[in-house]
Design a protein around this ligand. Structure first.
Ligand code: HEM
Length: 430
């Protein structure tokens, strides 16, 4: 009997064919199944078990407001544990997750983000000044360099100099190593616990850990800790409900988590923003001339039409009724970002990139979900949106770009993100 038997609207394809479609053409696959089955269907991937994919805002509300102890998210990220470490907020569930989240949230509060604006602009402008003119190049790696630098400086609080250079170089080497499809396959096949002992991985991880731990220890002793604005300095002063500070290893795990969760995601969103803007007549000019409300609308519309993460997952620990369907324990439900964002009843002409639809409109909690929701909603959402705005403003003010080919770019799966397949290839006018 198939794993999806008894679950709502099973996809009518053999499991290997579903896996192939999900890997090679994820967006047409999701759209096709939604067209056939409506708001709920069940897909199955090898070694994953069934996912009940949800695309109605009411069903999504049920999941995001449901009891977190019955809807687990952390265990699904186990594959990241060799890199993130056991205390990472991404890997935990239940009370341990809530403790970490409460400690991490205050520094990421929306209003605080203004303080990073000048730094974000400076990093973007320095990067733009290095771009070649008159020749095609992919923006995605440039955006990665920008977002890595911004996290290292705003989150870790590093100033320019030898320490920053050493950590940047070590991290680039480590992230490049773990992002290869080969590394992914190794972790999946031998398991995270054994993967962490692979010598080639340890050789790259250990110097990075050493640098981060040195920074944490020296910052603990800093005399100006209370005046500092960076996120590490704020976290060093945070206390949990029992009045306890975060330990060195715990801080290390959370810093690496913020870096891994925040660096490629934001870079990909920025690449998509430029890819769409350059193919929408007049949009770059408006971005340059219209002021912050339009820039914000561009960010909202980019994350609607080209969400970086296509769905989020929760595993049921007990039977639950969701969207009127009785689901057994063990099944995973998947609020689907891609599908909610393409509903014509919510977004007229959903396939058209039209920032104006968000002008003067606050995105809905259960209808605009690029950052997931509930107690797992992205901790860096305000940071990412603020960063996107700062970098896009710098690009609009300082460059005249055109796409290297008029053909739109298609969605391609990178390690954790859905990215433009040519890396947002552009040409900069001299
Ligand atoms: C455009 C950029 C970004 C996108 C699209 C994005 C998206 C997401 C999504 C979909 C989740 C899972 C939510 C869920 O399961 O409901 C998540 C979680 C998370 N994100 Fe982001 N993210 C972005 C940028 C960032 C940044 C800049 C940071 C930090 C500096 C960050 C830190 C985190 C953390 C720590 C979590 C785990 C939260 C938890 O488990 O409680 N993200 N993000």
């Amino acid at each position: 009997m198939s794993a999806a038997a008894g679950l709502p609207n099973p996809v009518r394809m053999p499991v290997p064919a579903q896996a192939l479609a999900w890997l090679a053409r994820p967006v047409p696959f999701l759209m096709g199944q939604a067209a056939r089955h409506g708001d709920v269907f069940t897909m199955t991937l090898p070694q994953e078990g069934p996912w009940v994919v949800l695309s109605h805002p009411d069903a999504i509300r049920e999941v995001f407001t449901g009891d977190p102890s019955r809807l687990l998210a952390g265990e699904g990220n186990e594959i990241l544990s060799p890199l993130l470490g056991p205390r990472s907020v991404l890997l935990l569930d239940g009370p341990e997750h809530l403790r970490e989240r409460r400690l991490l949230l205050p520094p990421f509060h929306g209003e605080r983000m203004q303080r990073y604006g000048a730094l974000m602009r400076e990093v973007a402008e320095r990067e733009i000044a290095r771009w070649p003119t008159g020749t095609a190049f992919p923006l995605a790696p440039r955006m990665q360099a920008v977002t890595l630098e911004i996290i290292l400086r705003a989150v870790f609080g590093l100033e320019q100099g030898a320490k920053l250079d050493a950590l940047r170089a070590g991290l680039n080497d480590l992230l490049e190593f773990v992002s290869t499809p080969a590394a992914f396959t190794v972790v999946v096949s031998i398991g995270a616990e054994r993967a962490v002992r692979i010598p080639a991985f340890r050789r790259r991880l250990e110097p990075v850990d050493r640098l981060i731990l040195e920074e944490i220890r020296s910052r603990r002793g800093a005399t100006d800790l209370e005046q500092r604005e960076d996120i590490l300095s704020l976290l060093l002063q945070a206390r949990d409900e029992a009045g306890e500070p975060m330990g060195d290893d715990e801080l290390r795990d959370e810093l690496v988590t913020l870096l891994v969760a925040g660096h490629e995601t934001t870079a990909t969103a920025l690449s998509w923003a430029v890819e769409r803007l350059l193919r929408t007549p007049g949009a770059m000019e408006r971005l340059r001339d219209d002021g912050p409300a339009y820039v914000q609308a561009v960010c909202h519309e980019t994350l609607r039409l080209r969400p970086v993460i296509p769905l989020v997952l929760r595993r049921l620990t007990e039977p639950m009724t969701i969207a009127g369907h009785d689901l057994p324990a063990g099944v995973k439900v998947a609020p689907c970002v891609t599908l909610v964002h393409r509903r014509a009843d919510l977004y007229p002409e959903p396939h058209v990139f039209r920032p104006e639809r968000f002008l003067g409109v606050k995105p809905g909690t259960y209808t605009w979900i690029p950052f997931g929701g509930g107690v797992r909603r992205c901790l860096g959402a305000a940071f990412a949106l603020f960063e996107m705005q700062a970098v896009l403003e710098a690009i609009a003010a300082r460059t005249t770009l055109r796409p290297s080919s008029p053909e739109p770019e298609h969605t391609m799966r990178r390690t954790i993100t859905f990215a433009p397949d040519r890396g947002a290839s552009v040409v900069l006018a001299a």
